[in-house]
Design a protein around this ligand. Structure first.
Ligand SMILES: NC(=O)C1=CN([C@@H]2O[C@H](COP(=O)(O)OP(=O)(O)OC[C@H]3O[C@@H](n4cnc5c(N)ncnc54)[C@H](OP(=O)(O)O)[C@@H]3O)[C@@H](O)[C@H]2O)C=CC1
Ligand SMILES: CCCCCCCCCCCCCCCC(=O)[C@@H](N)CO
Length: 345
């Protein structure tokens, strides 16, 4: 009798401890999601600038380099979404053609301005004539892929002047009127960079430098204009099938194309759609394809981040994405080595 009672007690006791242990692990299991959830809530509180939406309909969208390629596709998109659109480029002939093609596709008449972004006075005059801008898209760009030893000093300077100094000219000319806008809703200054503005690529010393410069300009500018409800966006397209790209390909070193192929290539309209979505959602960084998304994660550094979800992803992938980046570098240096050997043979 006594022994029976004792065993019963034992059984009950061990059942009790076992179920306690099970409850403990269940409790721990509930704790696990608390760690990412609290990280996410902290990020939701601290991400700056705060999330914003930029409307396009009935607003004045001004696009430099709007007569060809990505700029033209963006102009057409903005027009079809009900914006008042102005485009600026050098060639009056190409501007006229672009105007006709947009009118044919959307029925909207865009305003055209012929000016060289390197000429501050000319740009300033065009922008003043066009009226206050709500969404400024700084998209003009030139590119020649060539090794620095073969690149003429004039063309290096030309690349920096059009892509970087020209972007300063456009923004500086547009800023006073953009800052003075009252009750017109949030404004945008968007810069079209390149994936070669996130990572240096063989053949792109001048081009990458000009596009990396836009990152510094954009980060500093965002701090200066946030109080005026102006929001800065940087677009990072991969190779895109534009007239400019077709021209570039005629002389691009083979190894530049091999490295650039890591990110594939996109259709102009697709890039314009991604860019427009990015502008509207007010993101600071806009990537256009999956590889570009990885590249943005890998190169995010100290750039502002409005989305707590993306900030969360940046925090948890920081280490692993660096590893992925190192593998890409490994692959690229192998390609360069192989290519140099076949060239010296
Ligand atoms: N295509 C690609 O593979 C990629 C392009 N990009 C970037 O996207 C942007 C657009 O490129 P994309 O559409 O291919 O280029 P295009 O060569 O097709 O078009 C360039 C546009 O910029 C204008 N432009 C060039 N120089 C000046 C200048 N000095 N002053 C005013 N306007 C000028 C051109 O008109 P005009 O000549 O009459 O002045 C044209 O409208 C560029 O900044 C480029 O670096 C980024 C990644 C990939
Ligand atoms: C960590 C993960 C990394 C992911 C992959 C990165 C791939 C980078 C490829 C860079 C391609 C650069 C194309 C430049 C396009 C351009 O601007 C010219 N066509 C001129 O217009």
């Amino acid at each position: 009798m006594m022994i029976d009672e004792l065993t019963e007690l034992h059984i009950a006791e061990s059942f009790f401890t076992r179920s306690m242990a099970a409850m403990d692990s269940l409790f721990l299991l509930f704790l696990i999601p608390l760690i990412p959830l609290s990280l996410l809530s902290i990020l939701a509180l601290i991400v700056r600038p705060r999330p914003i939406k930029i409307p396009i309909k009935s607003r004045h969208v001004f696009i430099t380099g709007g007569s060809s390629g990505i700029g033209l596709a963006l102009a057409q998109r903005a027009a079809s979404e009900g914006a008042r659109v102005s485009i600026l480029a050098r060639s009056a002939v190409k501007l006229e053609e672009a105007k006709k093609s947009i009118q044919l596709a959307t029925g909207v008449e865009v305003a055209t301005f012929s000016a060289d972004v390197r000429d501050y006075d000319a740009v300033s005059k065009a922008i003043d004539e066009s009226g206050p801008i709500d969404v400024l898209v700084v998209n003009q760009g030139v590119f020649t892929a060539t090794e620095l030893v073969k690149h003429s000093p004039e063309d290096v300077k030309f690349t920096i002047d059009v892509n970087l100094v020209g972007s300063f000219n456009v923004i500086k000319a547009a800023l006073p009127a953009m800052k003075a806008r009252k009750d017109r809703g949030p404004a945008s200054i968007t810069l079209v960079s390149s994936q070669a503005g996130q990572v240096g690529i063989y053949g792109y010393t001048a081009y990458s430098a000009s596009k990396f410069g836009l990152q510094g300009l954009a980060q500093a500018l965002q701090q200066e204009v946030i109080a005026d409800d102006i929001h800065v966006t940087l677009i990072f397209p991969p190779d895109t099938d534009t007239p400019g790209f077709e021209e570039e390909q005629k002389s691009r070193p083979e190894v530049t194309s091999i490295i650039a192929a890591s990110s594939g290539s996109m259709k102009t309209e697709e890039v314009a759609r991604k860019a427009m979505d990015g502008i509207k959602s007010g993101n600071f960084t806009v990537s256009c394809n999956f590889e570009g998304f990885l590249l943005s994660l890998a190169t995010t550094g100290m750039s502002p981040q409005r989305s707590c979800w993306l900030a969360f992803l940046e925090v948890i992938t920081a280490g692993p994405i660096r590893l992925v980046a190192l593998f890409f570098q490994w692959d690229w240096y192998k390609a360069i080595e192989k290519w140099s050997k076949t060239k010296t043979k």
